[in-house]
Ligand binder design. Structure first.
Ligand SMILES: Nc1ncnc2c1ncn2[C@@H]1O[C@H](COP(=O)(O)OP(=O)(O)O)[C@@H](O)[C@H]1O
Ligand SMILES: [Mg+2]
Length: 345
């Protein structure tokens, strides 16, 4: 495999920057996930690496070589598209073998057979090798699509939301498998998704992409615990971070320049009943508007004056929403942001 480097890459469509001055180094054997909403520039970034788009500015290096102007066929990348397509008239075995049949590979029939069977085992489709690809479930088809990328030994794998069309259970299973396979093969993998769980669970490093810009790049823990701005902070965490004006809680110890307070569920302690504000600086009285009981947890929807908050509470506790139950909120280790939304410490 190889390392990949984007240096100041921009791609415009009709004057709009789909990708804007993105610099990104992916090490050999690293699993990098770009996370962003629809329209963030994820697919365009992958297409730039694959050579399916040419950047207006910047360069794309693969394995130390400048590939900015190289054709896709010269780049040695393997792409799994969002809308996967198998050859319906071919069996699973023939679909998996297809990328190896090009004369460029110059492999014997035995070598192809061995490679296909190895990959079929990796993606756990070996029991269906002789099936028509149309006689498979959605999850099985997606395994074949991923397997078809894996049979080759390219410089880098590019995957565009490959699990997004699957149901939740299968997505959960396949993301664990994909991570296992990537580790086993030592693959360099650039994966894009709008799903924060996929990013958190699979990535060595996550890049947060927003309106074509790479806002932050770091380990899942760095991105979650130490976001550079409100966009990054809001991208991870379920329920999402609560962003409130500083005045919403009586805070005396905020850093200079802070105007917004960011409270994740683990920053908030919810005290029920007649607990009194003991004068500590990070407390406020809230009203419970709604409870979603999830068994192990309660998802608490609260009002703090005119502001709304959502946090998780203990599933064992019963709440009374009919009367707009009064709660005491106690916050610690909050995040602070300035008027531009940038983090202040
Ligand atoms: N071929 C194209 N022509 C014009 N605009 C495009 C084209 N491809 C993408 N865009 C625009 O570029 C932006 C980023 O798109 P895309 O990379 O597909 O985002 P994502 O994959 O994150 O949803 C969007 O605003 C999209 O409409
Ligand atoms: Mg896309």
């Amino acid at each position: 495999m190889a390392d990949v480097s984007l240096q100041g890459v921009s791609k415009l469509f009709g004057g709009i920057a789909a990708v804007s001055d993105v610099s990104l180094e992916i090490s050999d054997g690293e699993f990098v996930v770009l996370l962003g909403p629809t329209g963030a520039g994820k697919t365009t970034t992958l297409r730039l690496v694959a050579g399916l788009e040419k950047p207006e500015r910047g360069s794309v290096m693969i394995d130390g070589k400048d590939m900015t102007h190289a054709a896709p066929s010269q780049r040695d990348v393997s792409f799994v598209f969002q809308q996967y397509s198998l050859y319906p008239h071919l069996s699973v075995r023939e679909n998996l073998a297809f990328p190896l049949k090009s004369p460029a590979h110059n492999l014997s029939a035995d070598q192809i057979k061995a490679r296909v069977e190895h990959v079929a085992e990796l993606v756990q489709i070996d029991h269906k090798l002789e099936n028509r690809s149309t006689a498979l479930s959605g999850g099985e088809m997606q395994r074949v699509a991923i397997g078809r990328a894996l049979v080759r030994d390219p410089s880098i794998f590019l995957m565009d939301e490959p699990l997004s069309s699957l149901d939740a259970k299968l997505r959960g299973d396949l993301r664990i498998e994909l991570k296992r396979i990537q580790k086993e093969l030592g693959s360099t993998l650039l994966y894009v998704t709008h799903d924060q769980i996929e990013a958190m669970t699979m990535a060595d490093r996550i890049g947060i992409l927003n309106e074509g810009e790479l806002l932050q790049l770091g380990t899942p823990r760095e991105i979650y615990e130490d976001p550079v701005n409100v966009h990054v902070a809001a991208r991870l965490g379920q329920p999402g971070i609560n962003l409130l004006p500083l005045e919403a809680l009586q805070i005396t110890s905020a850093p200079t320049g802070a105007v917004t307070l960011g409270l994740r569920t683990e920053h908030l302690e919810v005290l029920k009943g007649a607990a009194l504000n003991d004068g500590s600086t990070m407390e406020a009285k809230a009203t419970l508007d709604r409870v979603e009981y999830l068994g192990d947890q309660n998802r608490l929807h609260m009002s703090l004056g005119e502001h709304k908050l959502i946090t998780l509470g203990d599933g064992q506790i019963e709440y009374d929403t009919s009367a707009g139950e009064a709660l005491l909120l106690r916050a610690r280790d909050a995040l602070f942001f300035d008027h531009n939304g940038d983090r202040v410490r």
